[in-house]
Write a protein of this length. Structure first.
Length: 221
């Protein structure tokens, strides 16, 4: 899953980037309101974490402009403004959630996961796929209670396909979802991950859970 963090505190921005990447997210970090708006307009994010007090353009203006453009990305406001009126204003302007600083990182992660599930229409963090269970909260894939031992990159790819099951995703869409905007993955990274995933799923020699649609991409049906 891919996140955009718009926060003017460089120390907090770095800390959030490090922590969320360890959780398996692809993360873009921006410290300026106008730049954050530009990132949000031209990229597809699962969740945007937005501060309110930002240079060049305040967070509420960023929020209003994104909603005026028709952007439906889930937005979580993370702000030191702790008055009830501030929270009401943020939610009325189109935010999906509001957290007050200082905050618990674990709670922030839980709220982000909830917004990701909401985007894909999932209420339960555990998703059954044949004989497999994907737990998006624990970030593990299991068969009969046994973890399959996916690498972080393999997990991210499988989760993206599972949450979008029934839809074909191109290699370009998968690369964009799995990597930060400033990274340069190799041209065959998706093919390699699909191959290793199929081996761990035990379906590389027969009917595969992950379908290849020649010329289009991959899907889980």
């Amino acid at each position: 899953m891919k996140l955009l963090i718009i926060e003017d505190s460089q120390s907090l921005l770095r800390s959030l980037g490090t922590g969320l990447r360890k959780m398996g997210y692809a993360v873009d970090l921006v410290a300026d309101g106008a730049e954050g708006l530009n990132f949000a307009r031209h990229n597809d994010y699962d969740v945007i974490v937005l501060d309110l007090m930002l240079p060049s353009m305040d967070g509420l203006t960023v929020l209003q402009r994104l909603r005026a453009l028709g952007k439906q990305t889930h937005i979580l406001i993370l702000s030191a403004k702790d008055q009830v009126e501030d929270r009401i204003r943020g939610l009325r302007f189109g935010a999906d959630d509001y957290m007050v600083k200082p905050f618990s990182f674990d709670e922030l992660c839980a709220r982000i996961q909830t917004l990701v599930r909401r985007r894909y229409g999932e209420k339960n963090p555990a998703i059954a796929l044949g004989g497999l269970e994907l737990n998006t909260a624990a970030r593990v894939l299991s068969r009969d209670g046994q973890h399959l031992g996916l690498t972080p990159a393999e997990y991210r790819l499988f989760e993206r396909l599972a949450l979008s099951r029934g839809c074909v995703l191109s290699k370009e869409q998968l690369i964009d979802a799995l990597h930060d905007s400033d990274s340069c993955p190799g041209p065959n990274v998706i093919e390699v991950l699909i191959c290793t995933l199929r081996k761990k799923l035990g379906d590389d020699g027969g009917e595969s859970l992950i379908k290849t649609r020649r010329g289009y991409g991959y899907c889980i049906e």
